[in-house]
Write a protein that binds this ligand. Structure first.
Ligand code: GLY
Length: 317
């Protein structure tokens, strides 16, 4: 068995390549890192890597992580500025005994020492979004916070090894130094090859309150199917935050167990995910909430075309 699953339609191209590699016998670790790096490199995805949206100061601060489900080793970076592929830095950090999570200037210095290249990650298009948001928020008093679509990829290879990787530019207009769930083990990602893996996307401040990825893996280890684990964690957290905190942001997850069975859960209207396994051809699904369960169905050509048009659409002033 092999399998790969990722948050959001944006992972499709990367997953297509990595699914073929897994089918041919590649390692899960390589498959997830390569798939995430493909998303990081594509300039039109405005919540990950090159082209990601900046902080309120206009800098692009990127977060990423990698976890090896065989050894439980992980590496993560936060607030990394102007290095091309944060996920590859995170992967390299996972091979270190100490200093697994580096942020800011320290993360950048370490990456440069290791031979990772400087790359200006702020694009003209991201600056257009930034200027537009500044006008909207300053002139109209709207909340500046938006845009938190993390790519998270889980892979299972033919040897039974699993890995997970994440990457994001985080909340659009975040404060300088803010970190969400994506580089935080247990919240944005968790992976144990003996059980399975999970990864999250949504409002990091709320996802971290439930340590959602660890909790999903723990419930799978206790006997739940991936779908049961995903649904129960997302909807229990939503209920808890509504009753005790008074509000809740977007919460979406995908997960896969060691047999290649997968699940997805969301509390928002339009959450897409991509999956391929030895039994399931590469498919983009659209997930929707129905009471305390998440239902999903393959997207159609019209949806795919609308998506392609939307991500490249001119930014209106
Ligand atoms: N889930 C990404 C973030 O909140 O930064």
């Amino acid at each position: 068995m092999w399998g790969i699953i990722a948050t959001w339609r944006m992972a499709l191209e990367g997953l297509s390549e990595s699914a073929s590699a897994l089918a041919a016998g590649s390692a899960a670790s390589t498959a997830v890192v390569d798939a995430v790096a493909t998303v990081e490199d594509f300039p039109y995805y405005k919540s990950v890597g090159y082209g990601g949206l900046p902080t309120e100061n206009g800098d692009v601060e990127l977060d990423a992580a990698f976890m090896d489900g065989d050894t439980l080793a992980f590496g993560a970076v936060g607030n990394l500025i102007d290095i091309a592929n944060p996920v590859r830095v995170a992967h390299a950090l996972s091979r270190q005994r100490y200093n697994s999570l580096l942020v800011g200037q320290g993360a950048r210095e370490w990456a440069l020492e290791q031979g990772f290249s400087h790359k200006a990650m702020l694009t003209d298009r991201a600056m257009q979004h930034y200027r537009k948001r500044c006008r909207e928020t300053l002139d109209k008093g709207l909340s500046p916070y938006d845009g938190h679509d993390t790519v998270g990829v889980i892979g299972l290879d033919k040897h039974g090894s699993m890995s997970v990787a994440t990457s994001t530019s985080g909340l659009f207009m975040k404060k300088r130094g803010r970190i969400g769930d994506s580089p935080i083990m247990g919240s944005g990602f968790y992976c144990d090859s003996e059980t399975g893996a999970a990864t999250a996307t949504g409002v990091g401040e709320d996802l971290m309150k439930g340590c959602v990825s660890y909790e999903i893996v723990r419930r799978m280890a206790g006997g739940m199917t991936p779908q049961q684990a995903a649904d129960s964690v997302v909807f229990e957290l939503e209920d808890k935050l509504m009753s005790r905190f008074g509000r809740v942001g977007d919460l979406s997850v995908v997960c896969m167990n060691r047999n290649g069975e997968f699940g997805a859960a969301t509390n928002i209207k339009t959450f897409s995910f991509v999956v391929a396994t030895a039994k399931q051809p590469l498919t983009v699904f659209r997930a929707e909430r129905h009471q305390e369960r998440t239902h999903y169905h393959p997207v159609d050509d019209e949806w795919m075309q609308a998506y392609a048009a939307r991500i490249r659409a001119p930014i209106e002033d």
